[in-house]
Write a protein that binds this ligand. Structure first.
Ligand SMILES: Nc1nc2c(c(=O)[nH]1)N[C@H]1C(S)=C(S)[C@@H](COP(=O)(O)OP(=O)(O)OC[C@H]3O[C@@H](n4cnc5c(=O)[nH]c(N)nc54)[C@H](O)[C@@H]3O)O[C@H]1N2
Ligand SMILES: Nc1nc2c(c(=O)[nH]1)N[C@H]1C(S)=C(S)[C@@H](COP(=O)(O)OP(=O)(O)OC[C@H]3O[C@@H](n4cnc5c(=O)[nH]c(N)nc54)[C@H](O)[C@@H]3O)O[C@H]1N2
Ligand code: SF4
Ligand SMILES: [Mo]
Length: 737
């Protein structure tokens, strides 16, 4: 590959976070010399961040996994032998076959992470063919509760892209793009320069909130009450879009009745937001059209508070006439000219007469289950005939059920876990539960595929070395949830024995009766996806513009209706009723709060929020990379000066944070930017420089927010999302040791 001595430029997409900015990679003799932004690529338009600038260090990092490893000794002992890929795949496949024969295919559960590349879909392809509905991608935490609610109310999710010259108002609700999505943050700033209003709903004064015209500093988890208070003003002052409501919305009168219970005075008491600010925000949003009201993971991480929040947000978008208009919240479409879903075999799993069971948490969270998917598929069929969005409906909504399926065999046994592209011990609540399950003798097989040895891969029986984005061809499809796609050249051959994730799933598949379903290479699989376009991947990637962005389309519902059972926007969705949920956006308190558990709040007086995005990290990644680590070397807990004074603590002192689930320590960052009753704990911390041996696991229990976040399903939201925010904690000076 490549002429000796010659510097070549490879155009591809950066995968060091899920934004996938277009980049140009300078390569000489299979060595990466430089990564720079690609000005021509519409994704990022030339932008790169600190992670892309550290891409070479990451690619060549001495701690990277380079060969397959097999555990010798006990699980977690950190004793490994290097084996050949063939041996690893033969042994893993043999074991999986045995487990499938003995317990059924559902005894395999697959755990992945946020969007990271071909592994995302290749894993689903494999599980669908294998016959297990137990696939859990932490990416589901990226907003499944809101995604499902948008589908229930108006038939699909909306994009919150800002049209910098048209959008007149932006409501950033439960997100902080200044840290999590810099290109998006830049478009907010540009739209503001053009006169757009910015409203931010966040308990912290973030870099995004700092720019706001109106900042609503709410009590964490009370987003539903706040949104209902805004609806109260908008409806009672008749600021909504009457024509749209009359022509297109069902259930308006029921919602109107519900919001009468949330006058701004009462909402102030619940949310701590002054009633005049609630009214100003409501009026500004309703009278500046087009407006964008973002989804934000925070509103899906507040447990029992989430349903009313995401539903009232969807109602706000709809009744203000902002749905599917230019510069507003535009409804997604099925990807065009891309045979993606049909190549993943979802429907063969769903409709298979052999499939005996739904996923492990289907009874508790029926909206995210095979049966829930079937109902959505029926409602959406006319508008989305290919079953767009299937992936999100069918993910196992709640990891706690996976752990109990392993540890207790309930509701049925899970005996094998494959973790690919995720680090659940850091990223999922109550790591103790996960640890217990992964250490359990009941678990007969645990395979992990990653770039590094992590706390999670440390507990595996086989650890496999993944090729990174520079070492594979890329076709960005983002779980088929976006309309556009971009092709990227492979920059260099994989170093050592790293393999791309597609190869892993393929090699497993061909050993497990899926021989004819897996093209030999990743490129050939892409060719299959691109067939409707009449181009091979090789032709596509060499084009002047190797991407496809469909021309925008608005008010699509005028032609085809909304993708709901009625074809209208259902403000009180019939699908929720069918699945046994309250169809109205009635406010429910977070399950642990000063109001719902006042006794517990006496012992744990502060409201805990955790895991907001912090540069330069992406969740648990990049802490081994020295340049990046130097920017942010320690876990930081944000506390208000009032608390600091009470505790006698200064910035930089270590403090203990405790919940009923346990305690950790982090360094205090004393700041006025947070409410005096709220504590923000940094997420995903582990220390790659420490020992990986159990029980130490790279310091997993020391500072990891998810070591002390609860995971009781009763605290989760209607779609099973974990309560990473809006619970309770106490804080005190760290014990020494
Ligand atoms: N407290 C708290 N917890 C949270 C959240 C929160 O807000 N607060 N947010 C939740 C959300 S939204 C998310 S998305 C999850 C993220 O949860 P995870 O996805 O589990 O977190 P990451 O740290 O990104 O883990 C990714 C792992 O996959 C590896 N990896 C990356 N790319 C590849 C690849 O291409 N192939 C392979 N084989 N491995 C790869 C990385 O090295 C890393 O070890 O965390 C959730 N957890
Ligand atoms: N640098 C970096 N970028 C990332 C990632 C990363 O790990 N690192 N992860 C990627 C992924 S997978 C995701 S899902 C996105 C998520 O990105 P965002 O949606 O921006 O999410 P966060 O930054 O976690 O949280 C946003 C804000 O929610 C606020 N918040 C906390 N509790 C509440 C509450 O109860 N109500 C409201 N309204 N706000 C609350 C927090 O104070 C925080 O400022 O970021 C993506 N981008
Ligand atoms: S924001 Fe940074 S890490 Fe993320 S894709 Fe863009 S350049 Fe890469
Ligand atoms: Mo996410």
């Amino acid at each position: 590959m490549g002429e000796s001595g010659k510097v070549e430029i490879k155009r591809t997409s950066c995968y060091l976070c899920s934004r996938q900015c277009g980049v140009r990679v300078h390569v000489q003799d299979q060595k990466v010399l430089k990564v720079e932004g690609d000005l021509k690529n519409p994704v990022g338009k030339g932008f790169t961040c600190e992670r892309a600038r550290a891409a070479i260090d990451f690619h060549e990092h001495p701690k990277r996994l380079n060969y397959p490893l097999k555990r010798v000794g006990e699980r977690g002992e950190d004793r490994w032998e290097r084996i050949a890929w063939k041996q690893a795949m033969d042994e893993i496949a043999r074991k999986l076959k045995e487990i499938r024969d003995r317990y059924g295919p559902e005894a395999l559960a697959v755990l992945g992470g946020a969007v990271h590349g071909p592994g995302d879909w290749a894993a689903w392809r494999f599980t669908n063919l294998f016959g297990t509905p137990n696939i859990f991608y932490q990416g589901k935490n990226c907003g499944e509760a809101e995604f499902l609610m948008e589908c229930a109310v108006y038939g699909y999710q909306t994009y919150h892209s800002i049209d910098t010259s048209r959008t007149k108002c932006m409501v950033v609700w439960g997100g902080n793009p200044a840290a999590s999505n810099i290109p998006y943050f830049k478009s907010i700033i540009e739209a503001k320069k053009n006169g757009a209003k910015l409203i931010v709903v966040d308990p912290r004064l973030t870099e995004t909130a700092e720019r706001a015209d109106i900042w609503l500093q709410l009590r964490p988890g009370t987003d539903g009450a706040l949104a209902l208070g805004m609806l109260n003003i908008i409806i009672n002052e008749q600021l909504y879009d009457k024509r749209f409501v009359d022509n297109w919305c069902l259930g308006f009168n029921r919602v109107k009745e519900t919001v009468q219970q949330y006058p701004p005075e009462k909402v102030e008491g619940i949310t701590w937001v002054p009633k005049d600010d609630i009214a100003s925000a409501a009026r500004a949003y309703a009278t500046h059209r087009p407006a964008v009201l973002t989804m934000g993971v925070a509103t899906c991480h507040i447990g029992t508070g989430a349903k009313s929040a995401v539903q009232a947000k969807a109602i706000l978008r709809a009744i203000t006439g902002n749905l599917d208009i230019q510069g507003g919240d535009v409804l997604g479409r099925e990807p065009q000219k891309l045979a993606w879903l049909e190549n993943l075999y979802w429907d063969s799993l769903v409709d298979s007469p052999q499939r005996k069971r739904d996923n492990v948490s289907a009874d508790k969270f029926p909206i995210a289950s095979v049966n829930g998917y079937k109902l959505f598929r029926k409602a959406m069929k006319k508008v989305y005939p290919r079953g767009y969005g299937a992936a999100m409906f069918m993910l196992v909504p709640n990891s706690t059920y996976i752990w109990s399926a392993i540890a207790e065999g309930k509701p049925y046994p899970v005996k094998a876990i494959i973790t690919e592209g995720g680090n659940p011990l850091c990223s999922l609540s109550n790591a103790k539960n996960a640890f217990k399950a992964l250490m359990s003798k009941n678990l007969e097989l645990h395979v992990a595929m990653d770039f590094f040895m992590t706390p999670t891969s440390q507990l595996a029986d086989y650890v496999l070395p993944a090729a990174d984005w520079l070492e594979r061809p890329n076709l960005c499809v983002r779980w088929g949830m976006q309309e556009h796609y971009v092709a990227g050249e492979q920059s260099v051959a994989p170093m050592y024995e790293r393999k791309n994730d597609y190869q892993f799933w393929r090699e497993l598949g061909i050993r497990l009766d899926q021989r004819y379903s897996w093209p030999e290479t990743l490129e050939e699989m892409y060719n299959q996806f691109l067939k409707p376009w009449g181009k091979t991947f090789g032709e596509f990637v060499k084009m002047e513009e190797p991407w496809y962005f469909p021309p925008p389309a608005y008010k699509k519902y005028e032609r085809q209706g909304f993708a709901t059972f009625s074809g209208k926007v259902e403000l009180a969705p019939s699908i929720l009723e069918k699945l046994g949920y309250d169809p109205l956006p009635t406010y429910v308190e977070p399950a642990r709060s000063p109001m719902s558990t006042p006794e517990l709040a006496k012992e744990y007086p502060f409201i805990l929020i955790s895991g907001s995005r912090v540069r330069p990290y992406v969740h648990s990644c990049y802490r081994e990379e020295e340049k990046l680590r130097a920017r942010n070397p320690d876990p930081l807990v944000q506390i208000h000066p009032d608390i600091a004074r009470q505790l006698g603590v200064n910035s930089g002192d270590w403090v203990t944070i405790e919940t009923p689930e346990g305690k950790i320590r982090q360094k205090a960052e004393v700041t006025e930017r947070i409410h005096p009753k709220v504590v923000h704990v940094d997420g995903y911390w582990w220390f790659p420089e420490q020992s990986g041996k159990t029980p130490h696991l790279f310091g997993l229990w020391e500072s990891n927010a998810n070591a002390i976040n609860p995971d009781d399903p009763e605290l989760c939201d209607y779609a099973g999302d974990l309560p990473f925010r809006a619970t309770l904690c106490k804080v005190y000076t760290a014990e020494h040791g």
